[in-house]
Design a protein around this ligand. Structure first.
Ligand code: ADP
Ligand code: MG
Length: 343
């Protein structure tokens, strides 16, 4: 769908030159939500602006739907840009226009007949959940509503790709979630390919299939989101994983619990993309004559299943506890390790 080959952008002024984007090569598939994460200054905005040539590449190639964007003349580019929608952190709305007029704007530019515009705008307003707010001005809207206008406007010409540059970074966590839900819904319903730029790992975790990590203009690591959680290689990737998981706690000393109940078993459960046994704890309690005490842990959800670690204490007859542990080993993808203690 999108092929990016050795794409670079060098900014030069009198004193120095900056490699904002440095030989990025990526393949993005039709219909996926692809994340690009990096700290401020990593080159994310420059990168995404190269894709629709809001910024001209210094070298490299961008192909979208078998069309070489980087070779189009201005007239061809204007036409192709209708296939590429974009939304921004600060919404970039026209303040003197109403919601409906903002959404109509790209359709007017594309010379769509008036009656058709009216109908399309109403469809889009319904799609993004802004019914009743057609005649409001941007200044009368909340941040989340403004971004909904931004999304509707970006979708007006039925693009095949949506570029999102920190689209939720100006929003509070609850509104962020609502906007991410909307984007996932649109991705599913319209089969739209989405590229999501962010500095927040929880955004990636929630919506992305795959992710590329950027640092100093380069992609330093990429892969499935779950895989990156499991095995982050670069220090910068590890820091992003910690944004969601917290810094790995020192294993708590469970000695007091061992002493209080020497026949109980304490186990470490490591979830590595479990999807079918997310109700594992209640399932174990139902299937076996054991009580389960949750001691410590953190689990998060990615598009490919649950990830994280949980410490639990099993209380019951030895045979039942062993059956429960064997069940986890044999019937789930959860890794289980029974902690030993010295007495
Ligand atoms: P991010 O979006 O990841 O924060 P940017 O793409 O905005 O990063 O910036 C990457 C680097 O390129 C930064 O060092 C920034 O100062 C520089 N840069 C971005 N735009 C320009 C420009 N128009 N002229 C000169 N330098 C720029
Ligand atoms: Mg940026």
């Amino acid at each position: 769908m999108i092929k990016i080959e050795k794409l670079s952008k060098v900014f030069t002024d009198k004193e120095k030159s900056i490699s904002a984007v440095d030989e990025i090569t990526l393949d993005i598939e039709q219909g996926e939500i692809f994340g690009v994460i990096g700290y401020s200054g990593a080159g994310k905005s420059t990168f995404i602006r190269l894709l629709n040539r809001l910024e001209e590449p210094t070298t490299g190639k961008v192909m979208i739907n078998n069309q070489e964007i980087t070779r189009l003349n201005m007239k061809e580019l204007r036409k192709s840009r209708r296939d590429i929608g974009m939304i921004f952190q600060h919404f970039n709305l026209l303040w003197s226009r109403t919601v409906a007029e903002n959404i109509a704007f790209p359709l007017e530019i594309a010379n769509v007949p008036k009656a058709e515009i009216k109908q399309r705008v109403q469809e889009l307003i319904n799609l993004v959940g802004l019914s009743g707010r057609e005649n409001a001005y941007p200044s009368q809207l909340s941040g989340g509503q403004k971004q909904r206008v931004g999304i509707a406007r970006a979708l007006a010409n039925r693009p095949k790709v949506l570029l999102c540059d920190e689209a939720t970074s100006a929003l509070d966590p609850e509104t962020t979630n609502a906007i991410l839900d909307l984007l996932m819904d649109i991705n599913q319903r319209l089969g739209l390919t989405i590229i999501m730029i962010t500095h927040e790992m929880h955004v990636i975790r929630k919506v992305c299939n795959r992710v590329a990590v950027m640092e100093d203009g380069k992609v330093v690591e990429q892969g499935d989101v779950l895989h990156l959680f499991l095995q982050p290689k670069q220090p910068v990737t590890k820091k992003f994983v910690q944004q969601v998981m917290g810094i790995e706690d020192e294993e708590t000393d469970f000695e007091r619990l061992f002493q209080a109940n020497p026949t109980a078993k304490i186990a470490r459960l490591h979830f590595v993309g479990e999807t079918t046994n997310q109700t594992l704890i209640s399932k174990l309690a139902k299937l076996f004559a054991v009580d389960i005490n949750i001691l410590q842990g953190k689990i998060t959800q990615t598009q490919l299943g649950a990830y994280g670690t949980l410490y639990v204490q099993f209380i019951g007859e030895t045979g039942e506890m062993e059956k429960a542990i064997a069940f986890i080993k044999n019937e789930t993808s959860v890794e289980v390790e029974v902690l030993q203690h010295e007495l």
